[in-house]
Design a protein around this ligand. Sequence first.
Ligand code: AMP
Ligand code: GLY
Length: 429
Amino acid sequence: MKIAVIGGGGREHALGWKLAQSPEVNEVIGIPGNAGWINVGPTWPGTDPLDADFGARLRQAGVDLVVIGPEAPLVAGLADTLRDEGMAVFGPGSAGARFEGSKIVSKEFMARHGIPTADFAVFSDADEARAWVRERGAPIVVKADGLAAGKGVVVASTVEEAEQAIDSMLVRRQFGDAGTRILIESCLEGEEVSILALVDGETIVPLAPSQDHKRIGDGDTGPNTGGMGAYVPTTLVDETLWQRIRTEVLERTVAGFRAENIDYRGVLYCGLMIVDGEPYVLEYNVRFGDPECQPLMVHLASDLAPLLMATADGRLSDAPEPEWHDGYTICVVLASEGYPGTVRTGVELPELPDDDPDVVIFHAGTKLDRGRIVTAGGRVLGVTARGADIETARARAYGVVERVAWPGAQYRTDIALRELRRQRGHTAT
Ligand code: AMP
Ligand code: GLY
């Protein structure tokens, strides 16, 4: 089988790395890919998947399955176009992708189907929004409706901060059309967990629960990023909570898709806040989380290719259940100087070690430049390590992180520390 993976981040490198190990797969093409694909397969740099002849090129190349990594081409309807041309595609069509493209669409869907979420109101008028915030008080959360590259959410600790967010979204149009309408919702306090599940329109195959680390700095300080590290699984989700997530979140969501005639084939990512043991949906994403995908792929012991193919074909109920390694897998992201703001690129990376079979270095913003690997974006590498326990996984990952960190590289030193503390807390009681 020949597979094309659309995208060029750490998520796509992890998917490509895992797919290339499948005995059923003879080629994995990265479109556009990044410098890490050198060990995976060919890349098609400079290719725009939204070009009119893209499907024809894939068919000419003999591609059997297209895996769409990022949200933008999904929201743009790439999965529909390729399916209409007869291709097998992993990723929802535009009807499903709207759940990431519009936070208002998602929240209204959750309300219709009884899916637990923070209560909310929708505004397009700044005066009405300000009046609501003053009435409700802080903390309160203000969100731009559309895709804003992870920057359209303000968790305001004061009414003034919320009013500033309203002003920048509705009046100054900081996010353009993505902020024509905004959501204001109550602030939930708890711990976040990422629940990803394969969905073929009907059958749900949940993947192991993971935790992301969204802020740039240790101790969850500083600005939000795309994610600075993740680990899998998390003991935050015990058996009781897992059952509730399955029934109240995953099953209700997929039943809602069916009731609304949405043929959802891909991965559904539910960003949850756990408040006193109860799950609340903060957001849906319609693709693998990044970095969550990186530790998930290293933690997955069984073959990924048949699962993705079965999802695309609507045959997930016949596919073997995923099997996971014992222990834990953690991913520490190394980002460029300046991230999440303006970054310096073109910095040469040191030689990347590959001497430890339990550590994989995924590439995100990297490119080959005259035989050297240089930085080419905000998040650059995801050092991903497996271990029998969380301490071992952390020690392995950070051992390599310290070897590859270039001058100016930023990384958090506390990835999965929360899990370690939770486990120590449990063993102490
Ligand atoms: P979202 O893109 O909707 O997931 O929001 C980005 C981040 O903002 C989340 O990962 C949370 O950390 C935070 N957040 C979003 N909604 C809420 C909420 N209702 N209460 C508290 N924090 C929130
Ligand atoms: N790691 C968060 C995301 O992919 O949206």
